[in-house]
Ligand binder design. Structure first.
Ligand code: TXA
Ligand code: MG
Length: 343
């Protein structure tokens, strides 16, 4: 398939966007930006179109997809009923980086939900994503745009090669804002369970008055036996090919010395905060930034960059598992294949 590239980095070309929306309607794949990460989109009500997503990504068929909507009215055809807490979550956090799991209606194809009786829905904030959905008139199924197991795409240039010839259009919207996939939640017995942490934090949800439960697999290892609320947890994700080790200590000096020690034995590159960069003198470093927001927007791009350097080892400085730090550590622990040294 011939892939056409649409550059909307600086201005939105309405005509081109409508062409891409027609491709969605016709059952083709379109790669597009959202505020979290790039998505690999297809008409979520067209089973054959959705099959192409699984094929292009090499994704396991028991890992369900998120349906993206542009207007709240779109939700009524997809979900059974919305309770008060779900209404409040929608009111407070949509459009934005929050995915909510609802009881699904029969119109949602099994291939979207991997046979579950629930469906994941999100209303993105990114204007290109919103218009693409609106112009197509369909809920768009879209996983993160990356080959399964690899870091999600936060810049089109990082994923262009992976999907060249597999999608009808690639829409370039520049570097995404957030850089981590949406927070995935499900309301169970009046509590909000976080199945995947993201930019909407536990603290954000508590601030609107609800009790939040963080699923324990988020920072731990999946043992292959336990029942999981979110099938995505079972799979390897975000991982570079190079061996990767994550190190964290509340005491910065302790973390830095451990990383230096590990870097002695092998040809290494270090992903570190700007404030620590000068401490690693002779070792190559990549700057993750200062604030948690900066770090979250940079990590997937830097994991890809580090992998290309062909070192023997990628070493990463961890952050405190609080607020947005929880989502960052969830991705980093998985990126390192659970090679996590906590001091
Ligand atoms: O920010 C995002 O959410 C991005 C952008 C493109 O919107 N999308 C994304 O999709 O990250 P994906 O497919 O990479 O991750 C979807 C996650 C998976 O972990 C999946 O297991 C979970 O959501 N999920 C989907 N449907 C579910 C359901 N019915 N019940 C539980 N978990 C579900
Ligand atoms: Mg993904």
């Amino acid at each position: 398939m011939q892939t056409e590239y649409i550059d909307l980095k600086n201005v939105i070309d309405e005509e081109k966007l409508r062409e891409a929306a027609i491709a969605i309607k016709n059952g083709d794949l379109v790669l597009f930006p959202t505020e979290t990460v790039y998505g690999l989109g297809a008409n979520g009500l067209d089973e054959d179109a959705v099959k192409k997503i699984y094929k292009a990504k090499g994704r396991a068929s028991d890992n369900p997809l998120i349906l993206h909507i542009a207007k709240i009215e779109m939700i009524d055809i997809l979900v059974e009923n919305i309770n008060e807490i779900e209404h409040k979550l929608i009111e407070n956090f949509w459009p934005g980086p929050l995915t909510i799991i609802f009881k699904r209606k029969p119109i949602v194809p099994d291939i979207i939900t991997a046979g579950l009786d629930t469906v994941a829905i999100r209303m993105p904030k990114n204007i290109i994503a919103r218009k693409l959905i609106e112009y197509s008139g369909k809920p768009i199924a879209a996983p993160s745009a990356n080959i399964s197991g690899k870091p999600s795409g936060t810049l089109l240039k990082d994923i262009k090669e992976e999907f060249e010839g597999k999608v009808r259009y690639m829409i370039d919207g520049g570097k995404v804002d957030i850089g981590l996939e949406s927070t995935v939640v499900r309301v169970i017995n009046n509590k909000v369970h976080i199945l995947r942490p993201g930019r909407i934090t536990k603290e954000n949800i508590e601030s609107i008055g609800y009790e939040v439960v963080i699923e324990k697999q988020i920072l731990g290892e999946y043992d292959g036996k336990e029942k999981v609320l979110s099938p995505g947890i079972k799979y390897k994700h975000y991982a570079p090919d190079t061996k990767t080790v994550l190190v964290y200590s509340k005491e910065n000096e302790k973390m830095v010395s451990k990383i230096k020690e590990l870097a002695l034995e092998k040809k290494a590159v270090i992903l570190c905060r700007s404030e620590n960069q000068s401490q690693y003198r002779d070792i190559e470093t990549l700057n993750m930034g200062e604030s948690l927001e900066e770090i979250s927007s940079n990590i997937f791009m830097l994991l890809r960059k580090a992998d290309k350097l062909e070192k023997e080892l990628i070493l990463i400085e961890g952050v405190e598992e609080e607020g947005l730090g929880l989502a960052i550590m969830n991705r980093l622990i998985r990126a390192s294949g659970h090679n996590y040294i906590k001091l």
